[in-house]
Design a protein around this ligand. Sequence first.
Ligand code: ADP
Ligand code: ZN
Ligand code: ZN
Length: 736
Amino acid sequence: MKYADVIVDIAQGSLDRIFQYRIPLALAGQLTEGTPVYVPFGRGNRLIRGYVTGFSDQPSWPPEQLKEIHSLAAGEVSIEQRLLSLAVWMKKRYGCTMIQALKTVMPVKKKVNARIERVVVRAVSAGEILSYMQTSVKKNQTARLRLLQALARDGQIPYEAVLHKLNISRQTLDSVIRAGLARLEEKQGQQEAGWENGLPEITLNQEQQEAVSRFVRDFDRGEAGITLLHGITGSGKTEVYMEMIHHVLSHGRQVIMLIPEISLTYQTVMRFYRRFGSRVAFIHSRLSQGERYEQFERARRGQVSIMIGPRSALFTPFSHLGLIVIDEEHESAYKNETVPRYHAADVAEKLAQMTGAGLVLGSATPSVDLYARAVRGGCKLSCLTSRAREGSQLASVTVVDLREELKAGNRSIFSRKLYGEILKRLEQKEQVLLFLNRRGYSSFVSCRSCGEAIRCPHCDVSLKAHNNGMLVCHYCGYTAPIPRLCPSCGSPYIAGFGTGTQKAEAAAAKIFPQARILRMDQDTTGGKEGHEKLLAAFMNHEADILIGTQMIVKGHDFPDVTLVAALAADLSLYTSDFRSGERTFQLLTQAAGRSGRRGKAGEMVIQTYAPEHYSIQAAARQDYQMFFREEMAYRKLMDYPPCTEMVAVTVSSRRQELAAEGAALIARKLEPFRGEHFSVIGPADPGIPRINDIFYRLVYFKSHRPELVMKAVGEIEAYYEWKKKKKNVMIQFDFI
Ligand code: ADP
Ligand code: ZN
Ligand code: ZN
């Protein structure tokens, strides 16, 4: 290679500043992607630091105009260099471009007015607050009551958490401040030195203590490694993470903790805040790029040492990372659905390896892949087998065969068993969660004469009807009013089909007229704010029944819920995806974990047409081992991961024939690999062959031998690197 691409000014996040340089003979063979170098820059040829991001044989400019790399830049591995190496790794593994990888790992610099960190501080005693609460109860001021309750319990609450997590309006907060019960204080500039660690509020039980001790021992030996923390719902995993975090901080190192956004509730935020105070920072998808950048800068400056957030929190620029925690490891939110299609756990593992940090992945229902690895001895395994809270028990689960209901003449969506259980909860003033486990099942509009559903002109999907009378494409955002005549046949008889949850709500309202019902799905939530409003209202007991999609049973802790029901558990069982059994088991088991969190006995009803399916049977018994045995037998039989490694190669282009041609070429390229240990499937159409006017084709391959898989990936990559320069074709790898 004669030429190198060098990115300069990486700290500024201006990723477009990549320049080509000649490689001097003296440095030939010494450079790899990520190597820090000094290069002459600008008119004065001032020497500045840069990083090599790629190589080529051909110059993109007349060679005499290219400058030469000056020298290697020695020194400590900087944060930038580490992030850059991570980008290089992502580019190779997922087949994206260097720019796409860099954009993923480097925070985009945006000028922001330094945000003032504020806290709401209680101005009077907790007892005094309690006396004010009586008035709010009488006046039915629910939001104010919520705030007063929180203030009585906690003397200090971050302003953000009050607004967004407790869902208190600025007016309500102001009125409480005017009444002299609280005040707003600025936290700007406060350094962590002035901050004391809070003490743990509980004593760990034996299993928790063992998990912590083991981690501490290995961490102190410099062998923190990878640990799966398999703990049933409510077994106290969060307490274990907090002890581990405490230990890592006491060694002057920092922590990244990933939590699915939906689980980052007020309770969770405050648990960390009480324990770690202003050393903990949160990021979430509502932050603007500038605000996120600001949080990252605080981490870089050492003002915070724990970053909690969704998968992008992985790229926090900590200088001495000591631990990465991934809570609810099985959650699909950890997989990035756009390019590069990385899984947070894979990137975290790479990052942990680069920094010597430990990696702890926790779940009540670990992914089959991770559990299989633990069984093989590929990572450590710590188990929590009982509920942590005194008197708390797992819910008892009943499986109802819907075929029997039909035979008995019951055509309602509520089985007789479920009907009786709901009535009982309504009488006892306890709460009920009813959910439909179906993804993306919302209303579309179709013609009753010709049966055509109205489709997006840019994507191969049906448009979804929204409440405001508009049709929206959930893939590209295309929006149009609902037409009065069918675009295919001109018939005026077109109709929307209600969502499953809408129908369930209507049915429930009819059968239980006395119940207050809330519905939560894509249509009712209107973005994340609406989401939290609904949850806060339900938490506040403003309704008896909450009906929704699976999002209502994820991560929340509703103290008064004693009954959870899956209205049709098999909806998620028969998708084309080999992980549907796993997802169904996880969802049902997690849902059972939502019932009876506080002393009161919890129940769950699973309504299904497939009561004999092992995913449902195992979920009913909340028996992970049983599920794992059955699922592994199936994966072995079918040669699916984790028994093989499987890669989907996606070829895409604006021109359909190019995508097809590209996929055919890839398949041919894979032909020599084909054999006893390597199989190729496709080319095939993906579920949605066209999105936003870009066409997609797929080729799958799988093998028991990881080294063969990486070799195949490497070969396709190298081949395509050259090819895509000529044609408008993209290729990416998805490890599935
Ligand atoms: P998980 O994260 O496994 O669902 P949590 O850490 O949220 O569990 O704990 C569930 C509940 O049990 C919490 O209310 C927590 O305060 C409580 N808890 C955890 N550990 C203990 C313990 N050792 N003793 C008493 N209560 C505990
Ligand atoms: Zn579209
Ligand atoms: Zn029609």
